[in-house]
Design a protein around this ligand. Structure first.
Ligand code: NDP
Length: 346
């Protein structure tokens, strides 16, 4: 069985969904009530791949909302409790979705293997970041040429280059895609210099320097809500792959030359009878999902019960190859510009 641990995008959303699901007592509570609410297994699902293999899955809502990010102990407890629930339900491999993998890493939850009487078995969990990184790279390779951007002449800025996903994207783009130039953007200099050494290339840029130069911009950092981008200063055409969470770049940008694509999203070949992706505001909620969630499904389809994506900056090209091949074999494709434009027209 595979599992997905997720959360609502805001407190308001979470309350609305709790009402829909019949959890009235929690729905009416304030943020303090939500802070003490336990995780809920809200949905079971069955998924069949193109060759007819059927797997079972479950969605666990951690009852975390982004408004709790500042409450360190609460955020930590929410993630650990959801993981404990997944393990107690006997789920083989569970993806840590949304902010939960970031909380796990940034709050160093590896030190908290014991949750009440349960010892968490790390091999039952994955961040899903390998699949997310592979999907973002394929989205770039497929969609930039559609806009007339020749990758061997293109400058690609990776915002969040030193992160787990960003560093994997940089590795792939420099070794496999062969883009003309990589512009590496993050706030701390030391990891940027380390990455540059590892890649044997790439230019370290500030965001302000990178934006006007880049033909393609890959966002793999959660950017502040207050960030303003002047689309007139961007290149025309410019492909923006919004791989961060929440995905809000399309609300910040307009202009005929700028094309924003939701990054790290895949589409399954058939409808899945679930409601969980409606919560995540997917255009086709029966088929589309975050690539990190899909990674748990892939590992279950492939009988690969291990913490495939784990820790920071461990994603290798070989792992990306493995998960990419599994993705195609099991009926997933990447979200592309054409399908986004069709959805907008419908
Ligand atoms: P990490 O914490 O490993 O990396 C974050 C990166 O962003 C670092 O390089 C960090 O470097 C940089 N960064 C953070 N803030 C800024 C800023 N204001 N300006 C420039 N750079 C910044 O995160 P992950 O790689 O695990 O995840 C990256 C993003 O992808 C997150 O937003 C996450 O939610 C999202 N994600 C999306 C998925 C999907 O859509 N399918 C799945 C999983 C994650 P520094 O601190 O030095 O600035």
């Amino acid at each position: 069985m595979f599992g997905l641990i997720g959360h609502s995008t805001s407190f308001i959303d979470a309350r609305r969904k709790a009402l829909e699901l019949g959890y009235d007592h929690i729905a009416e509570g304030d943020l303090d009530v939500w802070c003490s609410a336990p995780p809920q297994l809200v949905e079971h699902v069955e998924v069949k791949n193109p060759s007819g293999k059927i797997i079972q899955g479950a969605y666990i809502d951690s009852c975390f909302v982004p408004e709790m990010l500042g409450r360190f102990k609460t955020a930590r407890r929410k993630v650990l409790n959801a993981m404990e629930l997944a393990q107690k339900k006997g789920i083989n491999i569970t993806a840590l979705g949304g902010f939960t993998s970031i909380i796990f890493e940034n709050f160093n939850l590896l030190q908290h293997q014991h949750v009440r009487r349960t010892t968490l078995e790390w091999e039952r969990f994955t961040t899903g970041n390998t699949h997310t990184a592979w999907v973002i790279c394929r989205q770039l390779e497929i969609n930039a040429p559609k806009l007339g951007i020749a990758l061997n002449k293109a400058k690609v800025a990776v915002v969040g280059a030193t992160g787990d996903i960003g560093s994997a994207v940089c590795r792939w783009l420099s070794a496999r895609t062969g883009v003309a130039e990589l512009l590496l953007v993050a706030r701390q200099q030391e990891p940027l210099v380390e990455l540059q050494k590892e890649l044997k290339g790439g230019k370290i840029h500030t965001l302000e320097e990178a934006l006007p130069e880049a033909d393609v911009i890959v966002w793999v950092a959660s950017m502040p809500r207050t960030l303003e981008i002047d689309s007139k200063k961007l290149r025309n055409p410019c492909l923006m792959i919004d791989g961060g969470y929440p995905k809000n770049l399309d609300t910040k940008l307009s202009g005929s030359g700028v094309h924003v694509l939701k990054g790290g999203i895949v589409e399954f070949f058939a409808d899945i009878g679930w409601s969980m992706m409606e919560l995540a505001e997917m255009d086709k909620p029966q088929r589309e999902m975050f690539a990190c969630f899909a990674e748990a499904m892939l590992l279950e389809f492939e009988n690969c019960h291990t913490n495939f994506s784990w820790g920071r900056n461990n994603i290798t090209l070989e792992k990306m190859d493995f998960i990419g091949e599994a993705s195609i074999r099991n009926g997933f494709s990447t979200l592309n510009l054409k399908s986004q434009l069709q959805a907008a027209a419908a």
